[in-house]
Design a protein around this ligand. Structure first.
Ligand code: NAI
Ligand code: CS2
Length: 494
């Protein structure tokens, strides 16, 4: 018998204090849940949310409008225990992307003006983001704004009709400044290191292209706190919808996630914020230790499973960690390669954290597909693996697990697994990486250095480190010639 707890939604208030950019699965199952709990506990209904998609997906926006913005979040502790919560804090939704049904010439910005009006409204005090790492248009390795990207170039040319998240923030802040309004606070909830500092860099660098005084005002007046977010919320599958239907929930906008949830936020909100501490949000002076720990240990492990597992035909995280050799790899990676690079508060127990992560990964009520995690590797590798590897190498430490991961990522971007079954490579650099494979084939002595020379991913000092390049080449050879099980066995013996 399943133990099902059902929790009703709060009543919509029509009062909007927060605009969110990136209405994906994670926002619906993380931030919205904290705000729902906050509203129900405190009775404060001033922090309703206006949520927008800037690219995919318009269908979700329309479906949520049709449902009066009510939807369900199913939180699985395990396959026996689930809490199904209805959410009422999203008050309105917008879509500002391109109309893909009209092909390449599709019109941009269906709800753009309405969203800009909302962003420039005096009631809006906080703007939150989950636009994925690539939505900031920063070089993952250097953190510099990608001024040559066609969408950023368009936002520089016509800033009043922005297409990117940084562009929207700049135009909204421009409008607020001209209206004599205070700015809003910008809170990134994406898995990036120093996500507040990076958001700030993107916005200020873009604003400087438009108006130096605007850029200086933003630099002076706008707070960009950092945050660490954590809850595993996989993309929905047919199986998930069918399981919810068995519980009597027929909801096309529902999301499924784990019961675990964490949100650690730098307490820098000059325009005010919900008093959400009692609802589980941890307010701290410095997020960096928590963020780095989560990125290197949780996300670093996820990416190891994603590339190695996908190359071996494994479909989900839970299936991957049912293999002993992959669990041995994860423990070694987390404890010997990631943990020693972290500067944690004294009471932090990284061994316990690693064991808790392995338990979370084994939650087989989630169908967390490795292909989803494998997406956008070029944007994820630096913070998950490479900065840690640099720190390990600097003290003569071992980086064998990371090197195997990098080798697997390189092989994965060829677009087929080790048995030759093809997969899509969903990555902003996919074409460039495919071109490197086309040019160098399986000539590992040319292929690996060509990948390490991609400066948007690999910091030049790391690429120039012979111990790193040699370890990746050796791992690539073993993995591609002998397969995953043998590569893992060789690593365990070394
Ligand atoms: P999703 O696929 O459901 O939604 C992706 C969202 O990002 C959509 O709103 C989409 O419109 C937007 N987006 C994608 N590329 C964009 C771009 N270039 N410009 C503007 N918007 C863009 O994914 P999900 O699960 O909502 O995850 C989104 C992000 O949330 C992740 O990339 C990660 O940084 C963060 N996150 C996700 C977790 C999860 O388990 N799903 C957990 C922790 C953080
Ligand atoms: C995952 C994360 O998709 C990925 O790359 O590693 O989204 C992961 O599920 C979350 O960060 C967990 O909080």
């Amino acid at each position: 018998m399943q133990d099902v707890t059902r929790l009703p939604a709060s009543t919509g208030s029509g009062r909007i204090g927060i605009v969110h950019l990136g209405l994906g699965a994670f926002h619906r199952a993380h931030q919205a849940v904290y705000l729902e709990r906050y509203r129900q506990r405190s009775g404060d209904d001033a922090w309703g949310v206006s949520s927008a998609n800037l690219r995919a997906n318009v269908a979700l926006v329309d479906a949520l409008r049709e449902a009066g913005h009510r939807y369900h979040v199913a939180e699985y502790a395990d396959s026996e225990r689930v809490t199904v919560r209805e959410i009422g804090v999203i008050e309105e939704t917008h879509f500002t992307g391109q109309d893909k049904s009209a092909g390449r010439d599709g019109h941009w910005g269906r709800d753009l003006e309405a969203l800009l009006v909302r962003l420039a409204s005096p009631e809006t005090r906080l703007v939150t983001l989950t636009v994925t790492e690539k939505g900031y248009f920063l070089s993952p390795a250097s953190g510099e704004l990608l001024v040559d990207d066609p969408l950023i170039a368009a936002d520089i040319a016509t800033p009043e009709a922005p297409r990117t998240a940084p562009g929207l923030l700049v135009e909204a802040l421009y409008r607020r400044r001209h209206a004599g309004l205070p700015p809003f606070t910008v809170l990134s909830c994406d898995n990036m290191p120093d996500n507040g500092k990076r958001s700030r860099a993107a916005v200020i660098q873009l604003a400087a292209r438009r108006d130096a005084e605007l850029a200086a005002w933003i630099e002076r007046e706008v707070a960009f706190p950092c945050s660490m977010v954590d809850r595993i919320v996989p993309a929905m599958t047919g199986t998930d919808f069918a399981r919810l239907a068995e519980l009597g929930i027929e909801d096309p906008n529902a999301v499924v996630g784990e019961a675990f949830s964490q949100w650690v936020v730098e307490d820098d909100f000059p325009q005010g914020r919900p008093a959400w501490e009692a609802d589980g949000v941890e307010m701290v002076a410095d997020v960096a230790p928590f963020e780095t720990m989560k990125l290197r240990m949780l996300n670093g492990s996820h990416s190891l499973l994603a590339y190695l597992g996908a190359l071996d035909g494994i479909e989900t995280v839970a299936e991957a960690v049912s293999r002993d050799d992959l669990v041995v790899l994860l423990r070694r990676y987390m404890l010997d390669e990631a943990a020693p690079t972290l500067a944690m508060p004294e009471d932090a127990d990284l061994e316990a954290y690693a064991e808790q992560l392995l338990e979370r990964f084994a939650n087989d009520s989630l169908r967390h597909r490795l292909q989803q995690i494998a997406m956008d590797g070029s944007q994820k590798l630096p913070q998950r693996w490479l900065h840690g590897a640099q720190a390990r190498l600097a003290v003569g430490g071992d980086i064998s697990c990371t090197a195997l991961g990098v080798a697997a990522w390189i092989r994965y971007t060829a677009g087929a697994d080790l048995a030759g079954c093809s997969h899509a490579v969903d990555d902003p650099l996919a074409e460039r990486l495919a071109d490197l494979h086309a040019r160098h084939g399986d000539d590992v002595a040319a292929l690996v250095p060509a990948f390490l020379a991609v400066e948007d991913v690999f910091p030049p000092e790391l690429a120039a480190e012979p111990r790193f390049a040699e370890a990746v080449m050796a791992a690539y050879t073993t993995l591609t010639q002998q397969g995953l099980a043998r590569a893992l066995a060789a690593l365990a013996r070394a």
